[in-house]
Write a protein that binds this ligand. Structure first.
Ligand code: MG
Length: 368
């Protein structure tokens, strides 16, 4: 079996509520869908969900790397040889993890379709089906607005709430305390500072007032501040979860050595797909640690891959595959009903709705 054609679609998914970033409000997600076709007619789906603030990638750069370099490279390869193909891709392109992920997920989809097994089974998972419950992620707003958003989320059926913090410690404490007061005590609260507190001293000020309310604090300090992550782990009474500090399995090894982090946040768009995510998760598991599968707000295909990964491994205890609930539309038959997402069938277990894809697509390129 050989790879004979790669089709790269740029498409945009409207968001329920625009993302407010430092640059501008973003009304839609810019994503890349890849279809890898074999000479015997199997089509694998993959997705790139680039986030320039994390990996320096955009939709355009991801599509260009795929079209100019990675897709031509894999023509003629056997898609079952994931190790070989990904090694060749990384040897040629050292970076652009979302572009790598788009191809790698498509190879995993083909493996599953070929074996007639869902991906989580191929990864060794023993669950009956691929299904996960996701949290609600609250954007940074005023404490009162965030408390109101939290109440609305719980009424909608969410049992976990992730709170974006990382501004000034006093307001962050207000935000978390207001939310904790507004929702029932069995709702799990998590906080993500996205490096915003910078150093351990500032983080300690915030965590003094926040730790009692949350189950975890994610990336409290700058990603390079690994010593501060280790310090906080010793000195605060809440688990610390590196996110920006851990992109690859190699990063995880470093964090393990330095005792930094209780739980690691894995993202398929940082690792470049399942293969490296499995390695990273294995490093954590070998050190007796749980992990979370985070997201870059993937569309349906990337989300489906995440559902399989979370289902497959016992130490992946949390996830944030929130994409399908943040958008008003999708391009597959993925089954999403707050707070649950399920996928069935071989491989990634999702099928593209051609009409929806055509409606959302802005550009298409074929490499053959
Ligand atoms: Mg994070």
């Amino acid at each position: 079996m050989e790879i004979e054609r790669v089709t790269i679609h740029r498409y945009e998914i409207p968001l329920e509520e625009p993302f407010v970033t430092a640059l501008k409000p973003i009304p839609e997600l810019e994503r890349v869908l890849v279809e890898v076709e074999t000479d015997d007619g199997v089509v694998g789906l993959g997705e790139g969900a680039p986030a320039y603030e994390v990996t320096g990638e955009t939709q355009g750069s991801t599509a260009a790397v795929l079209e100019d370099v990675l897709a031509p490279l894999i023509l003629g390869e056997d898609p079952i040889d994931v190790e070989r193909v990904t090694r060749r891709m990384w040897a040629l392109v050292d970076g652009a993890p979302s572009a790598h992920a788009a191809i790698e997920l498509a190879l995993q989809d083909i493996r599953g379709k070929r074996a007639d097994l869902p991906l989580f089974k191929l990864l060794g998972g023993d669950a009956a089906e691929a299904t996960i419950d996701v949290p609600k992620v609250l954007s940074i707003k005023s404490p009162a607005e965030m408390a109101a958003d939290a109440v609305e989320a719980v009424e909608a059926g969410y049992e976990q709430i992730k709170i974006k913090v990382g501004a000034d410690p006093a307001t962050d404490i207000d935000r978390v305390a207001s939310i904790a007061e507004a929702v029932p005590s069995d709702v799990s609260l998590k906080a993500d500072a996205n490096q915003g507190w910078g150093d351990a001293k500032t983080a300690m000020r915030a965590l003094d007032g926040i730790a009692e309310f949350v189950d975890v604090i994610e990336q409290p300090v700058d990603k390079e501040n690994v010593d501060d992550l280790a310090f906080l782990r010793e000195h605060v009474d809440v688990p610390v979860m590196p996110d920006e500090s851990v992109e690859t399995a190699h990063d995880a090894v470093e964090l393990v050595k330095r005792g930094a982090g209780d739980i690691y946040n894995i993202k398929l768009m940082k690792t470049g797909g399942i293969t490296e995510a499995v390695r990273l998760n294995a490093v954590a598991a070998a050190d007796g640690r749980p992990t979370q599968l985070g997201s870059m707000v993937e569309g349906h295909v990337g989300t489906a891959a995440g559902v399989h990964f979370v289902t497959a491994f016992e130490n992946v205890v949390w996830n944030e595959m929130v994409g399908p609930f943040m958008t008003t539309d999708g391009i597959t038959d993925l089954d999403a009903d707050v707070p649950r997402i399920s996928v069935g069938g071989p491989g990634l277990g999702v099928t593209v709705d051609r009409e929806r894809l055509r409606a959302l697509r802005s550009e298409r390129a074929v490499v053959e």
